[in-house]
Ligand binder design. Structure first.
Ligand SMILES: Cc1cc2nc3c(=O)[nH]c(=O)nc-3n(C[C@H](O)[C@H](O)[C@H](O)COP(=O)(O)O)c2cc1C
Length: 344
């Protein structure tokens, strides 16, 4: 009998598939359906400081949360007044309606705002806070060390001010992500979400205009996440959550084989709707049954750095070997001239 129970930010959940932060969670009906279809937890979309500071809290509430006006209102005309209030009350509503954990997501500019709004989310009953650290850095003067220390500082600050667990959702773009993760781990982060999807602009060559839109992700980004999860598994205390490019049950298998405790999904639910979730879980179940695994921990981390072959692949030697044998590509896609050159 296959059992899917696992941990999410230290909490017991009955399914390893978690609905990641997106506008999908803005609809209670979609989230309820997702829960009925087998989702183990839900992350509510990110609350940004720019939205929070436009609050319409009463004076006493403002005092309670020590809300500060960090910027002038006309800096962010797209933010509606009262959005903080709406965000918090929607979160509270969702928490009441669901019997799976609801996680709040947050991104701020100032340390006191991180604390204030994390506490405000905690007060709504969320079971954990995901720190959305995927926002690109726009400053020329911030060096990489500064960014890393700042993230650790935020983790420490929130750990000492909250009663609920804290996850860091990271971008894959770090000079040495392994080192940075070690620092976050020492700072006390409970979980790591690897990875969020950084958004890049595109250029419309017809209109010669730049566009900057969120879109669903491509399949290929799955390969960004699980190798890092594999390298980190058993080397840190924090729990590992796979995210990005999960399309089916076999992608969940890959993340868990690398060492993930659970897996977030967003784009696949946009593409195929919540009814697709049982199919993903059926695939996972079928694969486990075919391999004789009853529980997720029976195969979790089997292809992490603890496995000899993975260790070789994750090493410099693995990289050099692979590049030396890159002539295999020319055999796969033969180009007459190129093959001649290669056999000279
Ligand atoms: C429409 C949309 C809205 C999103 N909103 C958020 C958000 O508010 N906060 C956040 O951290 N990530 C957000 N994301 C990113 C997703 O949570 C997720 O990290 C990313 O899409 C990669 O996972 P996927 O391949 O399963 O989609 C959003 C993604 C989409 C497509």
């Amino acid at each position: 009998m296959v059992c899917f129970s696992t941990k999410y930010m230290g909490m017991e959940i009955s399914s390893p598939l978690v609905l990641g932060a997106s506008d999908l969670s803005l609809s209670p009906n979609i989230v309820m359906d997702a829960m009925d279809n087998g989702i183990g937890a839900v992350v509510y979309p990110t609350l940004f400081e720019e939205v929070a500071m436009m609050n319409q809290f009463s004076e006493s509430q403002q005092r309670k949360y020590e809300i500060k006006q960090h910027a002038k209102r006309n800096m962010f005309p797209f933010v509606r007044h009262g959005d903080l209030h709406a965000h918090l009350s929607n979160v509270r509503d969702l928490v009441k309606r669901l019997n799976v954990p609801v996680i709040g997501s947050l991104n701020c500019l100032h340390p006191d705002a991180w604390v204030t709004y994390a506490k405000a989310l905690e007060d709504q009953g969320v079971k954990g806070i995901e720190l959305n650290f995927c926002v690109p850095n726009f400053s020329w003067s911030y060096n990489s060390k500064h960014t890393e220390l700042e993230q650790c500082r935020i983790v420490e600050l929130l750990k000492s001010n909250l009663h609920i667990p804290v996850a860091a959702k990271l971008s894959p773009y770090f000079t040495n992500l392994l080192h940075h993760v070690k620092l976050l781990d020492r700072a006390g982060v409970d979980s790591l979400v690897l990875f969020g999807n950084p958004i890049f602009p595109d250029i419309n060559t017809q209109t010669e205009q730049m566009s900057f839109d969120v879109d669903v992700t491509s399949d290929s980004i799955l390969h960004r996440s699980f190798p890092f999860i594999g390298k980190l598994y058993s080397n840190i205390i924090a729990e590992l959550i796979g995210s990005g490019g999960v399309r089916n049950g076999y992608d969940i298998v890959k993340m868990i084989l690398a060492g993930a405790e659970s897996v977030q999904v967003v784009s696949t639910v946009y593409r195929h709707k919540v009814e697709y979730i049982p199919r993903m879980l059926e695939e996972l179940k079928g694969w486990m049954a075919s391999k004789g695994y009853d529980r997720l921990e029976d195969f979790r981390g089997n292809l992490s750095i603890e496995c000899r072959e993975s260790k070789r692949i994750f090493s410099r030697k693995g990289y050099v070997d692979m590049m030396i044998h890159s002539t295999n590509v020319a055999k796969k896609y033969p180009l007459k001239k190129m093959t001649e050159k290669l056999t000279l």
